[in-house]
Design a protein around this ligand. Structure first.
Ligand SMILES: [Mn+2]
Length: 310
């Protein structure tokens, strides 16, 4: 059966590419008919509950949504991008795309971000700490990929955005509608709209250890139970003065690791942690994500009436 991976089997992809190296798939979705267009995306970005950003010009000026229609009507004709987060939560037809990625655990999915860019629009060369599939919607975008990055990679001082100070392209492709580029974490990439276009970014969630420890500590506190307390390593009078000895640090480490050494607790907590709603405020009493507020009475998505040129 044909998948979004084209010629490559899911098994081969997971073994040889996932979290390791980029993969370009031409016609990942043949005849792809994007489930949302630029005007509908702009309509979503008018809503208070929807997370959106505009990135304008080649110095990547960032503006946070929600926006008003007047802001969109004042945009230049080229070189800007509108990004809307978690469109899968608002538009079921976008969420349906996730069915194409069922070779990966569903709880690893973060969201589908959709971007609309005017000709030349780009969010700047950057890298992410998560896996992403970049599925081309309407129009075309040129993607360049570059060096492997880490926390020491120099960034510009651009406020709010992590733009690479140096980008060293090693490969590039022009993606047409339905083409898809998979990128593992930490690969520099730079996408520039060639004419106006939309791109669907299927992003995966990779929590940081610090983020997990923070949440796990809250969980452990809420479970009550009898806490363990630090005990002293063998003491000698000379330890009463001077710096804290390494034997003490080992004792602290042992205590903390013992508190974490509960596979059942970790499994229960992790399942909850990875499936917590992205926007808990938007979940109603029945546990369903609210999506009606961006729908018109006839079920269509509200959109930006003035219309972007296309
Ligand atoms: Mn990215």
């Amino acid at each position: 059966m044909r998948t979004v991976l084209g010629e490559i089997s899911a098994k081969e992809f997971l073994t040889d590419y996932w979290q390791q190296k980029p993969l370009l798939v031409r016609a990942a979705i043949p005849g792809f008919n994007p489930p949302i267009d630029g005007d509908e995306l702009a309509g979503l970005a008018l809503e208070d509950e929807v997370e959106s950003r505009l990135i304008i010009g080649h110095d990547w000026q960032l503006e946070q949504g929600p926006f008003d229609a007047e802001r969109f009507s004042r945009l230049p004709s080229t070189d800007w991008t509108l990004l809307v987060q978690a469109v899968d939560l608002w538009v079921p037809e976008v969420a349906e795309l996730l069915g194409q990625f069922d070779f990966l655990p569903s709880w690893r999915v973060d969201d589908i971000m959709v971007s609309y860019a005017a000709d030349g629009g780009s969010v700047g060369p950057h890298f992410d700490y998560y896996d992403v599939f970049l599925l081309q919607g309407h129009g075309t975008r040129r993607w360049q990929i570059g060096q492997h990055c880490n926390e020491h990679t120099p960034l510009t001082d651009n406020p709010g955005l992590k733009i690479l100070a140096e980008f060293e392209p090693v490969d590039e492709w022009v993606l047409e509608p339905g083409d898809m580029l998979y990128l593992p974490p930490q690969i520099a990439h730079h996408g520039v709209a060639v004419g106006d276009c939309t791109t669907f970014s299927i992003g995966f969630r990779s929590p940081a250890a610090t983020e997990m420890l923070d949440d796990l500590a809250t969980e452990l506190l809420s479970r009550g139970g009898s806490p363990r307390y630090l005990t002293d390593p063998p003491l000698t009078p000379d330890l009463a003065s001077g710096p804290i000895p390494a034997s003490y640090v080992r004792q602290v480490k042992k205590l903390i690791l013992e508190a974490l050494d509960d596979d059942q607790l970790l499994a229960e907590w992790f399942a909850q942690f990875m499936t917590v709603p992205k926007y808990p405020m938007l979940v109603d009493e029945t546990g369903e994500q609210r999506s009606a507020s961006v729908r018109n009475n006839d079920g269509s998505i509200s959109h930006f009436d003035n219309g972007f040129k296309r």
